[in-house]
Design a protein around this ligand. Structure first.
Ligand code: ZN
Length: 242
């Protein structure tokens, strides 16, 4: 099976379409949460994912947009965008977001937005953050999102841990490791200094994960955000990818 693994679409339809185009050969699209929030097309992004039969789990922004997660820990820009998003969402799409599970298990991997210890909100940014999730994993690989930064952290066969940042085209053979946590990066709001949409492809036959990037029309998204009166800071960061 060839899985296209995306996360953090954040209402950015142009970025989503660009990623899906590059993932056209995938047997299944998995979306690891935060379909909405920040961007100008929350309903269209949900519809697009449903159209391609994507399997989605929930992120913190999805739950916040439906009023099921308190936004007290959101910064003022994220909160403003969530309030706007919540007002835009159709009842049907709210119902869809409410129904998304927190984690899912597949043949040799599992998926979660933040961490297995705290699926919606915990950031895994380093090995210390990752250890509880390594301990909770029921599969050799766990794919995550949430930080919008692509990386892998792995437990080697000798019991030692290592990690590295992933760039466009980087490959990672999961069979070389005892366990691996892989962040697939963010589609709709990358934060690693590369403004291109970021996502992963996993081939469960040969156990190879590869990271991919795709360009999209950033200025078209920025124009829509401006027209929607979304915060300027959120508009500007798309071009910088941070
Ligand atoms: Zn996010």
């Amino acid at each position: 099976m060839l899985y296209g693994i995306i996360a953090d679409v954040h209402g950015n339809l142009e970025a989503l379409e660009s990623a899906l185009e590059k993932l056209a050969s995938a047997d299944k699209i998995l979306c690891l949460g935060d379909v909405v929030g920040y961007g100008p097309n929350p309903n269209e992004c949900i519809q697009k994912l449903r159209d391609v039969g994507a399997v989605c789990i929930a992120g913190n922004h999805d739950r916040a947009a439906t009023g099921d997660l308190d936004t007290q820990w959101f910064n003022e820009y994220a909160k403003k965008a969530i309030d706007w998003t919540g007002a835009q969402l159709t009842e049907e799409n709210k119902h869809y977001l409410k129904g998304l599970p927190l984690t899912l298990e597949f043949e040799d991997f599992q998926v979660v937005h933040g961490s297995l210890r705290q699926p919606l909100e915990e950031y895994i940014l380093n090995l210390a953050d990752a250890l509880p999730t390594f301990a909770l994993m029921t599969r050799p690989v766990c794919f995550i999102g949430h930080s919008h930064q692509p990386f892998c952290l792995a437990k080697n066969k000798d019991g030692n841990y290592g990690g590295r940042i992933l760039a466009d085209g980087d490959e990672f053979l999961v069979d070389d490791y005892e366990q691996a946590i892989i962040n697939v990066g963010g589609v709709g709001q990358p934060r690693d200094g590369d403004p291109r949409a970021c996502f992963g492809i996993y081939n469960s036959n040969n156990k190879l994960f590869s990271l991919s990037r795709s360009i999209y029309d950033i200025s078209a998204v920025q124009k829509k955000m401006k027209a929607a009166n979304l915060p300027q800071k959120l508009i500007d960061r798309l071009a910088r990818g941070n």
